[in-house]
Design a protein around this ligand. Structure first.
Ligand SMILES: NC(=O)c1ccc[n+]([C@@H]2O[C@H](COP(=O)([O-])OP(=O)(O)OC[C@H]3O[C@@H](n4cnc5c(N)ncnc54)[C@H](OP(=O)(O)O)[C@@H]3O)[C@@H](O)[C@H]2O)c1
Length: 282
């Protein structure tokens, strides 16, 4: 991209989104969004101190009006280059309906809001390896194709099964809903491949992180020594991923030279999914 194009990061005020915003500053001006104004101000200062031409505007991706204002501000800065939707919430952090609304409808609203302005652009959604452990039923796939259906979230919620696996139960009542919401992010990314490509060969991918030490994971209790040790054991490298590693991957994927890469989910989890799903050769 030789012309000056805007790098948008929703959820760019914390964790992996903020690190992603920092590296995308190498491509052009950066606009970050999030709900909490203080967090936004701090992140914006951090970006500016790093010498990045940075802009910030509060936005709630689960609210279409808020996104409309965010997009209007975005296009007033520069044509849209990359849009990274890192905004998301974890299970147990917010009520179940809000979790589904932010992670599922938020992903839909972000794409709908930016779609008219994509022009040989890239969209990246953050899914999660948790999504691979959720198997949607046929009725769920049919419903997920209609995210503007009345009472979409209530209908989605009703179709999510009550877990019977003791490991899922132990993770709390909304873990399955989180897994479903992240499976939706992959599904929604893939089902929009053609629509996005029609915007002058724009691309859309999702990234599935494993366990990255960010404020989200710290709030989940991963700051606690025992919990942290258990999470580390799930990775082939016995450690968490860092936000910098994730941001670096995204930068590489958005660098010219990957124009054939679209419509897929890319796992970066230190081997967590492989270890969880497959026996390992000794
Ligand atoms: N950390 C991990 O190990 C991990 C694993 C798998 C997937 N993920 C996914 O990766 C993404 C980034 O996670 P993270 O760990 O970096 O989390 P984080 O540090 O908690 O950051 C989340 C960001 O999303 C923003 N956000 C949340 N709800 C929003 C909304 N409705 N509208 C706009 N912004 C919103 C937050 O700001 P405000 O709260 O101020 O709005 C914050 O900037 C999330 O989608 C998460 O589900 C993370």
């Amino acid at each position: 991209m030789s012309e000056r194009r805007l790098q948008v990061v929703t959820g760019g005020t914390s964790g992996m989104g903020l690190e992603t915003a920092k590296v995308l500053g190498e491509f052009g001006p950066v606009l970050i969004g999030g709900r909490n104004p203080k967090r936004l101000e701090n992140a914006l200062n951090e970006l500016k101190e790093a010498g990045i031409e940075a802009y910030g505007k509060p936005c709630d991706i689960s609210n279409r009006d808020s996104l409309k204002e965010f997009v209007e501000y975005a296009i007033s800065i520069a044509p849209i280059g990359n849009v990274v939707n890192a905004a998301g919430v974890d299970y147990g952090a917010v009520p179940r309906e809000m979790l589904l609304k932010i992670n599922m409808l938020g992903t839909h609203y972000v794409l709908e809001a930016f779609l008219p302005y994509l022009d040989n652009s890239n969209v990246v959604n953050y899914s999660s390896v948790t999504g691979y452990f959720y198997q949607p039923k046929k009725e769920e796939f049919e419903l997920w194709m209609q995210p503007d259906t009345d009472d979409f979230i209530q209908k989605v919620s009703e179709l999510i099964p009550v877990p019977t696996d003791p490991r899922m139960i132990a993770l709390g009542p909304d873990y399955t809903a989180y897994a479903a919401s992240k499976r939706f992010v992959m599904f929604y990314t893939m089902t929009n491949t053609m629509r996005v490509a029609q915007k002058n060969n724009s691309r859309i991918i999702s990234i599935a992180p494993g366990s990255f030490m960010t404020p989200m994971l710290e709030n989940q209790g991963a700051g606690n020594e025992d919990a942290a040790a258990a999470i580390k054991r799930g990775s082939a490298f016995q450690r968490f991923g860092s936000s910098g590693e994730m941001a670096d991957l995204i930068k590489h994927l958005l660098t010219p030279g990957h124009e054939y890469l679209t419509g897929c989910d890319i796992i970066m989890d230190g081997g967590r999914t492989a270890l969880g799903m497959y026996p390992q050769f000794k």
